[in-house]
Unconditional design. Sequence first.
Length: 346
Amino acid sequence: MAISTKYSIEHRIIAKGKSRSGLPLTGKVLFIVAHETGNNSADADDHFTYFNRHVIASSAHAFIDDTKILEIIPLNEQAFHVQFQKPMDNIMFGADANTRAIGVELCRTGSFAKAYDRYIWYFAYLCRKFGLNPKKDIVSHKVLDPKRRYDPQSWLQPHGISWERFISDVKKVYNAWTGGSVKVEAPKTGVKDAATSNPEKVLRKSSKGAAVKELQKKLIAAGFKLPKYGADGDYGNEVVDTVKVFQKAVGITADGIYGPVTDSKLENYKKSVKKKTSRSSVVPYPGHLIKRGFCGKDMERIQRAVGVVADGIYGPATERAVKAYQKRHSLAADGIVGPDTWNVMF
Ligand SMILES: [Zn+2]
């Protein structure tokens, strides 16, 4: 089998908007920037969904996981994957990465070996396609933005792959490349895609039905009570508020809309709760935020955990102790006991 036909590329382009400007590259492709997503639970399809919602002015051309190579921005268009004001891309290549480079993201989900094999294949493909030299024309995001970024080494290194090894792996595929053309495919029908074929993956106020019920059950299982309506299949204010509480607690935008990012956070959260509940000492999260002014049984428990007098009243001394506790455990030190803090405490 010719190496060029080892994989095919799925070409599923996000709509123009915040994450896809539609602006053309300002000249021929000069280099490729290697990234990794830093997200343990989102695969290539999830990234398509996320960027297709245009939540941020950020993107990359391709996302690669252990099952596919997915292009979400045409290779002749700009993607925003390196901050414009960073000088290294200009020093090294004489241009901003966003205007003259292809950005490629490695996803963390599934088998690393399978994803990595696709990743190096795709870099070799791009080098062949654009006449680039794997040794000189591939750069890590880390090198371009060393103060803020450590990718893709942040995901290669834990798997024993150094940057040099990565480049030499790309070179091997590049050298073995045999002329044949690469198959670029339109999306397969039935492919996982929350924005189109699976619209129930994004739920919001007034959404109704089985998917909402499912979400409500998930929230309840994760310790968030829905005291008024329970799992009634109706995305009302109670669900909006609870989703917001959850989003705040895990540090994502608290918009009360249940999309794939919130979904993957909740999945992970449920897993961590499950792990904890398998221990006998665990105390389930009461399902509401505990902050200044709160009184009651849960309060005494928290006070014992942070080492202050357990009088059941959340006063200033308790708040200071909670903040100190949060700091010690790398939690957001806001003095509010939400699910994150609670699950570390108990
Ligand atoms: Zn990056």
